[in-house]
Write a protein that binds this ligand. Structure first.
Ligand SMILES: [Fe+2]
Length: 289
């Protein structure tokens, strides 16, 4: 890759642009190799707009998915959204890992960084697992966790497409391991998803504590328990949070930055902020590898 420097002093591999290259000039194969090896890439100095993020992501993606909570920014590019609304701290999570519909890649690009705070945080789930106490490891190897969610019709229509029917819901949800569901009279759907908190990474087949346990535990609208419905003790959650606090890494945004995150291995979150001008755009996709 010509005129690109690599900085290996951080766990997020940073690819700097020194020569006015467009992000779209970067060689796909080389990028893909780095992505699979490092799991998180930060492209800096390319002045990436959200449209370029989409064009770049298309080179690597078989399809895009839409998150139910996020505002769409461009009616012609309906998969590009702003990140989670609000200005609060966001706990570590993998995207949509409370369901079987976990996308492979989370893409972020920065329009305007917050004047203060608002950094995106990330955690290498492989490292979190390695650093976890033997007691917690045993707990999460021996016991699965269960996520409960309710989707009003408007939410699953956003996920499946506005013309989607109950038959489409059934077709999507039937036969998925760990998933059971109930369709209510008002067409809302309850799903119950049972999975391990410890997963194998998609590239490298390593154990990773890469899940949405902490964020769902802290989400007043969500329910997460052990598989049998028994509560996850607060002491366990606190130990995980302490470990996460110790291992958090930071993306200190500059305008035009693009980040590509392996959602099978890395968790992400954010620091709180007060600057209403902050604009971080996001895309979710499945990799075309
Ligand atoms: Fe997220």
């Amino acid at each position: 890759m010509k005129n690109i420097n690599f900085d290996t002093s951080t766990n997020a591999q940073i690819i700097y642009n020194n020569q006015g290259n467009s992000i779209l000039d970067l060689p796909r194969q080389e990028n893909l190799k780095m992505f699979k090896s490092f799991g998180i890439l930060l492209f800096r100095g390319f002045g990436v707009t959200y449209k370029e993020m989409k064009a770049f992501a298309e080179k690597f993606s078989s399809r895009f998915v839409l998150d139910k909570d996020r505002p769409i920014v461009d009616p012609n590019n309906r998969y590009i959204t702003l990140v989670d609304p609000g200005m609060h701290y966001v706990s570590p999570h993998c995207e949509n890992a409370n369901s079987p519909f976990r996308p492979d890649v989370v893409w972020f690009c920065c329009g305007v960084p917050a004047a203060q705070g608002g950094e995106t945080l990330f955690w290498d789930g492989v490292r979190v697992w390695e650093e976890m106490s033997g007691e917690l490891k045993n707990l999460f190897i021996s016991r699965k966790i269960r996520f409960l969610q309710k989707f009003p019709a408007v939410d699953w229509k956003r996920f499946l497409g506005t013309g989607a029917s109950i038959a489409d819901v059934k077709k999507t949800l039937d036969g998925i391991e760990g998933l059971s569901y109930r369709i209510n009279e008002d067409q809302s759907v309850y799903i119950e998803y049972i999975c391990s908190a410890v997963v194998k990474t998609k590239y490298g087949n390593q154990y990773a504590f890469a899940n949405s346990l902490i964020s769902e535990y802290k989400n007043p609208k969500a329910v997460v328990t052990f598989e049998d419905g028994s509560p996850i003790p607060l002491g366990v959650i606190n130990q995980i949070q302490e470990l996460m606090n110790r291992l958090a890494e930071v993306i200190d945004w500059e305008s035009g930055d693009l980040v590509m995150i392996d959602n099978s291995r890395f968790l992400h979150g954010r620091r709180s902020f007060t600057d209403t001008r902050r604009r971080i755009f996001s895309l979710l996709s499945y990799l075309n590898d």
